[in-house]
Design a protein around this ligand. Structure first.
Ligand code: GDP
Length: 479
């Protein structure tokens, strides 16, 4: 944090990084304006086309947002079941699934889809994501109203299937394609099942049909944004909006996800100012252990040390001389921020640096904001902590993250960092970690067949800017 240049950087950021819509009141969302005091200004600038697209989107959202006249009119079409002419406003209703990281990468992908199809994005945040984020669009809301008529079907899988894209096509292909357009459709792009939905969604010819449906109810826990750089009808615009391909989530994430005043004041800045602000360097370690048990945690701990010591991210300790340490570097300090559901990593690292001085002579301090033990489903406070920790990680100078984890993906992309990714234990060659080559999240389950020939294809081999992920062989990402 550089206090001397606070006011200049705030002013610069406001002028230079025009991601922020001009109409907002600063007090309603402090993080949007003050984050620049906590992290380096991004060297990646949004393209002028993206900025004008966002300003147009904000106008569209204001025009079509909840309880506006066009919203009420389009809502009436829901009852009739079908539409015979185009509606002035069209919507994507996003539904939550899985943990916070998964939800955030899926919201960002849905927003890109909304931008490319001139739809309005409305979120059903349930009860456990309330109060996490500021409203991103001025003078309107991105929250799906509580009285949205289809809410009572959301949990009914039979009804969902009956009104799903795949389900409808399978049942009565001719009718849906030739005669009338349904007023709403469920589209499910999840990792497992729903193959038909996925096949249909990712095939260009079906996008034209989808384009006519006023209400799309979308359920996905994936970062499916890279697919728009492959689907022919979106590819040209997507590549123009993002000439720097690896900045899609970096820009959309910073635009959409700003911590609410409560999360910003009580969880993020309080922790940062108390523990991280005065260190010379902040090292973020995100340790996600899937199927955790003591042996697994120990494996990840060994891996973490092998990675951080070998790559010189953390200093080695002087095991022969446990009392006095080298006096050079006594003034240098590193703060290690550990985020994990478990406390073992924090304990082991703190003990290691308490028992033996670092060979570099630096002062090392280790912190962990919470250790929740397990993923609490449906718990608002738990999600607030998770969001604060994702954000704190994004404020670090160096990051080490866990393979396959969207929690880590969001942190690195908000911070514009290329982390060291810990290899997933038990998967292939043993390497403790490798450096990410691109900031983008990994799309874990890309489509894998060609729409025309119906042959299998490798989505990581079609264009030079989409390649296999560093941490997952089956996944692809933008470079
Ligand atoms: P992923 O499963 O690693 O891809 O990440 P998700 O965010 O989708 O789901 C994991 C969920 O577990 C998070 O949203 C949190 O609820 C919880 N969780 C996992 N790791 C941490 C952590 O380091 N800190 C906190 N507070 N929660 C965590």
């Amino acid at each position: 944090r550089n206090d001397s240049s606070e006011s200049t950087s705030v002013a610069n950021d406001k002028v230079l990084d025009e991601l922020i819509p001009p109409e907002f009141d600063e007090r309603s969302c402090l993080s949007r304006y003050h984050s620049v005091l906590y992290r380096k200004i991004s060297s990646h600038k949004p393209s002028p086309l993206l900025l004008s697209k966002l300003r147009n989107y904000e106008n569209l959202h204001k025009l079509c947002g909840p309880y506006t006249k066009p919203y009420n009119r389009t809502l009436k079409r829901l009852k009739s079941g079908h539409v015979h002419s185009t509606t002035e406003c069209k919507y994507i209703v996003w539904r939550p699934d899985n943990g916070l990281g998964n939800r955030m990468v899926s919201i960002a992908s849905s927003f890109l889809y909304a931008l490319l199809t001139n739809r309005v994005l409305l979120l059903d945040l349930g009860t456990d994501m309330v109060g996490l984020f500021c409203e991103p669009f001025p003078n309107t809301s991105w929250l799906l109203p509580m009285d949205f008529p289809l809410r009572n079907q959301f949990r009914n899988s039979e009804l969902r299937y009956a009104h799903s894209f795949g389900g409808m096509l399978e049942k009565d292909r001719i009718n849906i394609l030739m005669k009338s357009t349904p007023s709403y459709l469920y589209v499910t792009l999840k990792k497992r099942d729903y193959e038909l939905d996925k096949r249909i969604f990712y095939c260009d010819q079906n996008q034209a049909l989808l384009g006519k449906v006023p209400w799309l109810i979308l359920l996905s826990e994936q970062y499916f944004a890279p697919s728009f750089f492959l689907i022919p009808s979106f590819k040209k615009e997507a590549t123009k909006l993002f000439p720097e391909k690896e900045t899609v989530f970096h820009h959309l994430g910073r635009y959409l996800f700003n911590p609410s005043n409560q999360v910003w004041r009580q969880l993020i800045t309080r922790f940062y100012d108390a523990y991280l602000a005065n260190a010379h360097e902040r090292i973020g370690l995100q340790l996600r252990v899937f199927h955790a048990n003591a042996a697994q945690i120990q494996t990840v701990m060994d891996q973490l040390l092998a990675c951080t010591l070998k790559k010189k991210l953390l200093p080695e300790v002087d095991t022969r001389n446990s009392v006095a340490s080298s006096s050079k570097n006594r003034t240098a300090s590193k703060a290690i921020l550990v985020t994990s559901l478990y406390s073992e990593f924090y304990r082991n690292l703190s003990n290691m640096y308490l028992a033996n001085p670092p060979l570099t002579g630096e002062v090392i301090r280790v912190y962990q904001p919470s250790h929740e033990g397990y993923q609490h489903r449906g718990d608002n406070k738990h999600n607030m902590k998770a969001w604060a920790e994702i954000y704190l990680l994004s404020l670090c100078d160096v990051l080490v993250t866990s393979a396959w984890s969207t929690f880590g993906y969001v942190a690195q992309r908000l911070g514009g960092l290329k982390p060291w990714i810990l290899h997933k234990p038990g998967h292939g060659i043993y390497l403790p970690c490798k450096r990410a080559m691109s900031m983008e999240p990994c799309f874990h389950y890309p489509f894998s067949y060609d729409c025309k020939s119906e042959n299998k294809l490798d989505a990581g081999n079609l264009v030079p800017y989409i390649r296999q992920c560093e941490d997952r062989e089956l996944g692809v990402k933008l470079f």
